[in-house]
Write a protein that binds this ligand. Sequence first.
Ligand SMILES: NC(=O)c1ccc(NCc2cccc(O)c2)nc1
Length: 244
Amino acid sequence: MYIQAVTLFGEMFRSITEHGVTGRALQRGLWQFDAVNPRQFADNKLGYIDDRPFGGGPGMIMMAEPLQAAIHAAKSQQNGRVIYLSPQGAPLTHRKAAELAKLDGLILVCGRYEGIDERLLTSSIDEEISIGDFVVSGGELPAMMLMDAVLRLIPGVLGDADSAGQDSFANGLLDCPHYTRPIEFQGMAVPAVLRSGNHALIAEWRLEQALRRTLLRRPDLLAERELTPEESRLLRKIRQEERD
Ligand SMILES: NC(=O)c1ccc(NCc2cccc(O)c2)nc1
């Protein structure tokens, strides 16, 4: 996958191109990255890329032309989907990340200031995505969150292909509790079933814990999920226990 970021702060992306599983995957050629700086496309000598908002109001707005020229330059390198990160976008979900992971490329447009000229959205953006209902100072961190969520779903990136499948949300549920050594910590022991070696029981325990956690913390996720017969049975048992 070829990912380009249209951004004033390309250096920020080192945090995922030079570290961790995403950094190793880049070195192994599983994806490629380039930053495209709209400032190099500003048609004035001083490189202005933002200006005051029509109608007044605080802050500055990023001008459409330098961004459009930067997106045009990125599109001359690949035919990637152009995504704008903003609080006004559609919520990023595991399902959306899985859809994006199938594409050959992405062009991620990172806004700064108070946002971008609306006409750029109409002319050059394929999709607007939000990583949550909050505002941060620029689209770069949201872009990196999206990149990480997408890249880990690309076969080979995580190495142990299975771990992405066991993620929270991968199966529409929150993750189960995890434990490692020591067996006893601060007077709390590891649940005996996890040391029983009985893999069927362990799998059932993990599913029950995931269902219990999802029911208690995120019942909205359960509302939209098809349940297998085993999940329905476990959920009935959990609901009964919660009533007792
Ligand atoms: N929730 C998000 O995905 C998200 C995305 C970007 C961002 N900051 C830059 C920006 C861009 C556009 C408008 C705007 O108000 C702020 N903050 C949060």
